[in-house]
Design a binder for this molecule. Structure first.
Ligand SMILES: [Zn+2]
Ligand SMILES: [Zn+2]
Length: 151
């Protein structure tokens, strides 16, 4: 019997070499060292429910064959992004970036294209900075967020 590649984080069944497996998109589940892997979307679904994730999706991978696993010390499968699950991209995480302007800026500056996910990542950065500025304004008893609150 061939040795399993990894074990499913939900049902603890072995994930064989060469089999499909899924990972969770949520950043805390996505750190290289402790990344949980799932043998099925059902197992990932149960993980999403237990963790109460929002805005999660599963990434489908294929586990390396035994030969590939020996070559690839890291053991990364090929990646295909699928299946948004959990609560939908909630109204509390809207895109805050003007897509057309950002894309035009990057295109003009570099000739490069911009992937849609960039807008989400930058929106998260803007949101975090705005939250900090709001706290700062509040601390000074103001009801207006000012430029200096971002410093
Ligand atoms: Zn499982
Ligand atoms: Zn997760």
């Amino acid at each position: 019997m061939p040795e399993a590649w990894k074990t499913c984080a939900a049902c603890k069944k072995p994930i064989p070499h060469g089999a499909a497996y899924w990972t969770c998109s949520v950043s805390t589940c996505n750190r290289a060292r402790f990344q949980p892997v799932f043998c099925s979307l059902a197992c990932w679904d149960s993980h999403v429910a237990v963790m109460n994730h929002r805005n999660a999706w599963a990434d489908e991978h294929r586990a390396p064959t035994e030969a590939e696993a020996k070559r690839l010390a890291a053991g990364e499968g090929t990646k295909r992004r699928i299946v948004p699950r959990g609560r939908p991209a909630a109204e509390d995480r809207p895109v805050l970036i003007v897509a057309s302007r950002l894309k035009a800026y990057i295109k003009d500056k570099s000739g490069m294209n911009t992937s849609a996910e960039v807008l989400e990542v930058l929106s998260d950065i803007v949101r975090a900075e705005a939250d900090r500025a709001i706290d700062e304004a509040r601390r000074h008893g103001r009801r207006t967020v000012m430029a200096r609150d971002f410093r």
